[in-house]
Design a protein around this ligand. Structure first.
Ligand code: 13P
Length: 251
């Protein structure tokens, strides 16, 4: 059985003090990692502070990285820098990186391969925009993002990756996908991955993101191909985050 994974993506929110308040509130309160996996992805400047206080059951992740180990790349963060802070995960290819910072699938693929090479677990995001959905291109978009994003990944590394299916029209809009849409898209992603990696696709975790909150997360988690949530605004509040992690415990 795939263990649910509940991932906070703080985006560009919280000061250092607010980040510390959050981790002090949740680190001892989250359920055991044997029951549900709990990850907090935060701005790079806060990662060390969070790792130091993560406790036994919370794991920390970055929100982005560059693929080179080091070099003249002003403002970028390398995989070596991330591993030296002991973070475990890194979000790659988030739609905000794709749209605002013009990241394409080829660049995202380099980041995925580099993260794996350095022992980091990539959370690879995919998802269609509203226009793409209206034009009937959902399957084409997801197939391209997954096929190019996972290019040259070794079969034995596949399950280190978590796929985040996030329809862009549901992010930060309060308009989440229905549980049925989330299920059918996550299943489609799994089928694409099965086409690339065979039976290993049954083991990879695929999470849904887009206006997930304590009130609706249970509906998503009931779906057979949804293995967790990738949560933006509702994850900023420690009580809401804890409620969503609790909902991830499989009964
Ligand atoms: P919201 O939960 O704020 O819609 O954000 C989703 C998201 O982008 C998580 O990566």
């Amino acid at each position: 059985m795939r263990k649910n994974i509940i991932i906070a993506n703080w985006k560009m929110y919280k000061t250092r003090e607010e980040a510390l308040d959050f981790i002090y509130s949740v680190s001892q309160a989250v359920p055991s990692k044997d029951l549900v996996e709990s990850v907090v992805c935060a701005p790079a400047i806060m990662l060390r502070d969070l790792v130091k206080r993560q406790g036994d059951n919370v794991r920390i992740g970055a929100e982005n990285m560059y693929y080179e180990e080091e070099g003249a790349f002003t403002g970028e963060i390398s995989p070596k820098m991330l591993t030296s802070t002991n973070v475990e995960f890194v979000i790659l290819g988030h739609s905000e990186r794709r749209m605002i910072f013009k990241e394409d699938d080829a660049l995202i693929n380099k980041k995925v391969l580099s993260a794996l090479e350095h022992g980091l677990k990539p959370i690879l995001c995919c998802g269609e925009t509203l226009t793409e959905m209206e034009e009937g291109k959902v399957e084409e978009v997801l197939t391209k993002q997954l096929t190019e994003g996972l290019k040259s990944v070794k079969k034995e590394d596949l399950t280190k990756i978590v796929i985040g299916y996030e329809p862009v029209w549901a992010i930060g809009t309060g308009k989440s996908a229905t549980a049925e849409i989330a299920q059918s898209r996550c299943k489609f992603c799994r089928d694409v991955i099965a086409g690339l990696f065979g039976a290993e696709a049954e083991k990879i975790r695929i999470v849904y993101g887009g206006s997930v909150k304590p009130e609706n997360i249970a509906d998503f988690l009931k779906q057979p191909d949804v293995d967790g949530g990738l949560i933006g605004s509702a994850s900023l509040n420690p009580q809401k985050y804890l409620a969503m992690v609790e909902a991830g415990i499989q009964k």
